[in-house]
Structures are given as C-alpha cells and as structure tokens.
Design a protein around this ligand. Structure first.
Ligand code: G
Ligand code: G
Ligand code: MN
Length: 395
C-alpha cells in the first residue's frame, strides 16, 4: 500500500516559462520534491516537446511567440489530461479568467499561483497534487472513458429497462428555512457502470439527438413520482430543460398534457432553462416560454449570471425567478466580484418583480449573507444534498 503511494507520487512535470531563471528555480523545487522535470523556455516549441506522459504542467501566461491562453486551447484540442498550474505575474482577475477558461475547455486545472511566488507555496501545491493526483487523474480518466463507453444502443436499452431515477434537492425559504419545493435531478443507474451523473449523459444524449426523447421521459416520470408525494400541494417541483429542447415548439402542449395526467397544478411546476440556451435560440425560446406562462407554468433562469447577453434579453423574457449560479454564491464572501453579482442580482430581481434562488449554499455564513441581501430562497448542501425519493417519503 505504502510503496504504491510512493510510486504514484513521483510525477513527470513540465515547466514552461520564458524566463530561464524561473524555470530553473521551479524545476529545482520540483526535483527536491522527488519529481522528474522537463523545462521549456520557448513556448513555440510546445507541441514538439509536450506529450501525454506528462502529469503536471506548470506554465506562465505571457510568453513571446505563444501565450498561455493559446497553450490551453491546444491542450483542449489534443484532449490532454495534464494537471495544470498557472504561474503568472498578472493580477488576480487575469489569473481567474485563465482558470475559468481552462475549466470551460474541460481541462484539468489545479490552481493558479501569483508571481513572485513563495517557494513554500510551490512545494505545498506539488504536495497537494501528489496526494490527490492518483484519485483526481483516475476520476478524470474514468469520466472520459465513460463518455467513450456510452453508445446509442446502450442508451435505448437503459430507457427500456428504466434505469433512470431521480434525486430531489430541497429548496428552502431564507426567511424561515421551511422547504418550499424540490429540484429534481436525474441519475442513470447502470447495472454494470453504476451511477452515471447527468453531466456525463446529458451532453451525450444531446450530441446523439436523443435528448428530446430522454427529457420527455424524465419529465413525465419525475412529475408522476412527485405527484405521489404526500402533501405536495404547497410545494414546487423544479425541472431542468436542456438547451436543445428550446427549439421544440410543441413542448408547452406536451408538458401541459403530462401535468394534467398527474393532477399537479401547472403553477407547482417551475421550468428551469439556462441563459445560454435561451440566447442561443432566442426566437423559438420566446415562443415556447411565453406559452409556458400562458398555460400557468413558472419559469426560472438557471445558472443566472454565467451567460453574456442576459441583461439585454431579460426584460423580454416572461420569467418568474432567477437562480443565481453556484459559482457566485460559493464565493460571495471571499471574492468581491461574486458578492457584487449576488447583491445586484437581488436588487435587479426586486425591481423586475422576480424571485431569487441561490444555489450551492454550503455554509451558514453564506446563508446569512444571502438573507441579508434579500435573496428569497436557497438550495445547497447546508440544507441537504439531493436525496433519493425514498428519503422524502420516510425522512
Ligand atoms: O445533479 P447534478 O447533480 O449533478 O446535475 C448536473 C446538471 O445536470 C444540472 O445542471 C442539472 O440541470 C442537469 N440535469 C439534472 N437532471 C436533468 C434532467 O432531467 N434533464 C436535464 N435536461 N438536465 C438535468
Ligand atoms: O441545474 P443545476 O446546475 O442548477 O443543478 C444543481 C447542481 O448543483 C446539481 O448537480 C447539484 O448536485 C449541485 N449542488 C447542489 N447544492 C450544491 C452545493 O451546495 N454545493 C455544490 N458544490 N454543488 C451543489
Ligand atoms: Mn437546475
């Protein structure tokens, strides 16, 4: 067991920085920690030197000939799993953008470090990586190979076998912390692969043109299950619509039929759509969303704040609720920009007569801040993780 841990903790590390003194210092630190190091000062040679055996890439952002952003784009193109540490003298907002960009590329970014860095910080970072990399890299690889393993026949089989089930995450009122409703989240329980998260199967279903069938199946099943819950009449059920569905003009009629057959009232159903989905198909979305409202459903904008042209469109959209993305909520007390976004969303929503939900609420301090900022509802691990249906009927 011990020897195994030691074996995996020696990493192959590449240091990329146009400053030879810095590469040397970083490489000395990494070697002292027992790693194998390759140095590169000329970023234009990156493609020739980089290979998939490298576990960790420590890289600068501003380099002559080829900057760090271009390197990230290249790593995404070759679908690299390398664990990335960005070291740069730029201010925090530039480091944050690079970090978010790497995530948007689905890269395995570990952290960013400010230059000038403290040797101790670099050591700590490398130790953390060595301790985690075994699992992180494995999980990352597992997720990638899972995507490769999914196939259309497998999916059809799962629908026939009814492999899908639901988890419910409570939403509470911040005033009195009473449960006001649940968000229903799909899970695929595969007989051999185990639990597959929506983040892995929704994009697959979208890419293969199966999302419509899957979504309608899930909404139907979710509504039926929820309608059997005792005392549901004062609760709202939030359901997620995928982006691709905002082109199906028949959706409002279909959902109306499903709701009627379960006996749930339309105003108990909150339909969550994402900003980016609405913007991508604006005309069809407006048609669909308007008709959802005419039929009595409620509408929520999920991941609010993460799109880019929302303010321009917000006034046109017939929504009831803004759901503030967890990336802002979780940082509301440590990052002043996130705090500002939360506060402004709260006042914007009030002006527009909309309710607000904060998602990803993990601490009491954040809940207090949200309440003080006049956010209406909260959802997050502080109150409860998503729960299986059984836990709702016999708490
Ligand atoms: O449950 P979380 O656990 O991992 O959900 C991840 C993402 O998957 C969320 O953004 C959620 O909106 C989405 N998701 C969960 N269930 C469904 C579903 O039934 N349909 C669609 N379209 N998205 C879902
Ligand atoms: O649709 P959407 O992305 O909003 O789905 C909510 C997602 O957020 C689900 O994947 C759910 O498991 C996750 N989630 C809910 N509460 C928390 C929380 O407090 N912290 C974190 N990190 N994730 C959460
Ligand atoms: Mn959601």
């Amino acid at each position: 067991m011990n020897t195994k841990t030691e074996q995996v903790s020696a990493q192959k590390i590449m240091v990329l920085d146009d400053d030879p003194e810095l590469t040397e210092l970083l490489s000395e630190i990494a070697e002292m920690e027992g790693h194998d190091v390759i140095c590169l000062n000329d970023a234009t040679l990156f493609d020739d030197v980089f290979n998939h055996q490298i576990d960790v890439l420590i890289m600068d952002l501003m380099m002559p000939g080829r900057d760090g952003i271009e390197i990230l784009r290249y790593l995404a193109e070759i679908k690299s799993n390398v664990l990335i540490v960005i070291v740069s003298g730029f201010d925090k907002s530039v480091l944050d953008v690079a970090f978010e960009l790497a995530r948007a590329h689905n890269l395995n970014i570990h952290c960013t470090l400010n230059k000038p860095f403290r040797v101790e910080n670099v050591k700590q970072t490398l130790r953390k990586i060595a301790a985690q990399s075994n699992t992180t890299v494995d999980v990352f690889k597992a997720a990638k190979s899972l995507k490769m393993e999914l196939s259309v026949p497998m999916f059809k089989e799962a629908l026939e076998r009814e492999d899908f089930c639901f988890y419910y995450q409570p939403q509470v009122s911040l005033q009195d912390e009473q449960i006001v409703g649940y968000e229903v989240l799909a899970r695929w329980v595969h007989p051999e692969l185990g639990m597959i998260q929506p983040i892995d199967f929704i994009p697959f279903a979208e890419a293969e043109g199966l999302i419509s069938e899957l979504s309608l199946y899930l909404i139907d099943k979710g509504l039926k299950e929820f309608s059997n819950l005792e005392n549901n009449s004062k609760l709202t059920l939030s359901v997620n619509l995928s982006t691709d569905q905002l082109t199906n003009l028949e959706l409002p009629d279909i959902l109306c039929g499903l709701a009627l057959s379960t006996g749930l009232k339309q105003d108990q159903i909150m339909i969550e759509v994402t900003e980016s989905g609405v913007i991508k198909n604006l005309r069809a979305s407006l048609d669909i969303l308007a008709r959802f409202r005419l039929k009595g459903f409620k509408l929520s904008i999920d991941d609010f704040g993460t799109g880019n042209a929302m303010y321009e469109h917000l006034q046109k959209l017939p929504v009831n609720e803004l759901k503030i993305d967890k990336s802002f909520v979780s940082k509301a007390l440590t990052d002043s920009k996130s705090k500002t976004i939360v506060e402004h969303t709260a006042s914007l929503a009030r002006e527009l007569n909309l309710k607000t939900v904060a998602e990803g609420v993990e601490t009491r301090e954040i809940a207090d801040f949200l309440k003080y900022s006049n956010i209406d509802y909260a959802q997050g691990y502080l109150y409860s993780k998503p729960l299986p249906y059984q836990a709702l009927i016999s708490p």
